[in-house]
Design a protein around this ligand. Structure first.
Ligand SMILES: Cc1ncc(COP(=O)(O)O)c(C=O)c1O
Length: 424
């Protein structure tokens, strides 16, 4: 048992609780770290317990405390998943989380759990290529339509006239991948709340504000504090942080939403395996120090890039100035600019590829938020599946490079970027 009382826990910071919360060593031989619970199924003490646990899992009633649900089967719950979910929920200051085998599993399961045929989404573009494809093709096939509008300070004005009785969600990546544009989550929430839902059974129900916070990561932005109903993560990125695991998370405060997402996860089978959840739990311990170091280095790298003659424009939250229209959103939603930099080279694909091929320290690979720096070409890689219209909405042109800054020494990174720019 933890020696901390509930009120003492409430005063602690997530980086402290990330080392102990939700795991009782005395249930596991005194082990300081949680073991990996490699079991597919859990023994019930009595048949009546099995009956009760299944009823709770189906949403019939609820246990006195959410972690007294009772372990059933690792597609439904498992101690490693629960420890990770408890700790990631603490980072967000949200009621609970549902972990997944990938960010895409978290996004797809959440959208399937919350939307029905005939519903409409408003999507602030650009969004990650996989999400774009899911919405454009798979959800459309199920009769869920989407209006794409550009992310940024003007998104609320553009969203307002699109809202109708069929609107079920406003979907935002903030900052948007890859152009780092910011959308005002709080104003979107006001828009959603200002719209009276149709009588039961006739419309989509209340409008949900759904935010994929992967690009900012859980240290520098907390979308639920400014109005998001659901927060999504590719845990593959900052949460995992070492490019050695793929995972995802969906978080909410509303019990009905949490239960719908958990039930759809059990049906669709998108849960992580216990070892994945264990790795993600391990990585949460160093999340803050990694993210802060990456941010410090990114600020220097962005400054270097913005002064280089071969770079046309740098999109980095740390370079926003009070006169920039996204700046007030940055101040409201972020406590720091993070470590994702997108920049436009002078030239096109040829110059971008020559730059990427010349990098020696930074790895030419997709993904982001990891300890090593990664650079890629969104137009032909992560966002290659977007229609040319969606690419144009998101400013994804052939001269754009996305750089995720890692924990290498800043001087080595700047040396590498300089020599690669000179070769381009
Ligand atoms: C913003 C964003 N959301 C979701 C995803 C999908 O996550 P995963 O690759 O873990 O499925 C990605 C992947 O790059 C992403 O960048």
């Amino acid at each position: 048992m933890t020696k901390l009382s509930e009120s003492e826990i409430a005063r602690m910071h997530p980086e402290t609780l990330a080392l102990s919360y939700g795991f009782d060593p005395w249930l596991s031989e005194g082990a300081v770290k949680p073991p990996v619970f490699l079991t597919s199924t859990f023994a019930f003490k009595h048949a009546a317990d099995g009956k009760k646990f299944f009823a709770w899992a189906h949403g019939e009633g609820a246990p006195p405390h959410r972690r007294e649900m009772g372990l059933i089967y690792s597609r439904i719950n498992n101690p490693n998943l629960e420890i990770f979910e408890d700790r990631v929920a603490l980072w967000e200051g949200m009621k609970d989380a549902c972990s997944f085998s990938s960010g895409m599993a978290a996004i797809a399961t959440t959208l399937l759990a919350t939307h029905h045929p005939g519903d409409e989404m408003i999507v602030c573009a650009p969004v990650y290529g996989g999400t774009d494809h899911l919405i454009h093709t798979f959800l459309r096939r199920l009769g869920i339509a989407a209006h794409f509008i550009p992310a940024g300070y003007e998104a609320c004005e553009l969203a307002a006239p699109l809202i109708n009785q069929r609107t079920r969600s406003i979907y935002i990546e903030s900052p948007a991948n890859p152009n780092n544009r910011l959308t005002d989550v709080g104003r979107m929430k006001e828009l959603a709340q200002g719209h009276a839902p149709a009588p039961a059974g006739q419309g989509a129900g209340r409008i949900l504000v759904i935010v994929d916070n992967t690009m900012a990561g859980p240290v520098f932005a907390h979308p639920a504090r400014v109005g998001a109903d659901i927060v999504l993560y590719s845990a593959t990125k900052f949460i995992g942080g070492h490019s050695d695991v793929v995972g995802g998370v969906a978080l909410a405060n509303d019990d009905a939403l949490l239960s719908a997402i958990a039930q759809h996860r059990a049906l669709l089978g998108g849960m992580p395996n216990p070892y994945t959840a264990w790795l993600l739990t391990r990585s949460l311990e160093t999340l803050k120090i990694r993210a802060e170091q990456q941010q410090r280095t990114a600020e220097r790298v962005a400054e270097f890039l913005s002064g280089h003659p071969k770079v046309r424009k740098v999109c980095y939250l740390g370079l926003l100035r009070p006169e920039d229209p996204d700046y007030p959103i940055y101040r409201k939603q972020h406590s720091g600019p993070g470590s994702l930099i997108s920049f436009y080279l002078r030239g096109g694909e040829r110059e971008a590829f020559a730059f990427l091929d010349s990098l020696k320290v930074v790895k030419l690979a997709v993904s982001l938020g990891s300890t090593e720096s990664l650079a890629q070409h969104p137009a032909s890689m992560t966002h290659s599946g977007l229609t040319s219209q969606d690419k144009a909405l998101g400013g994804i042109t052939d001269d754009l490079v996305r750089l995720s800054v890692g924990i290498e020494h800043v001087d080595d990174l700047i040396w590498d970027l300089r020599q690669a720019l000179e070769s381009a």
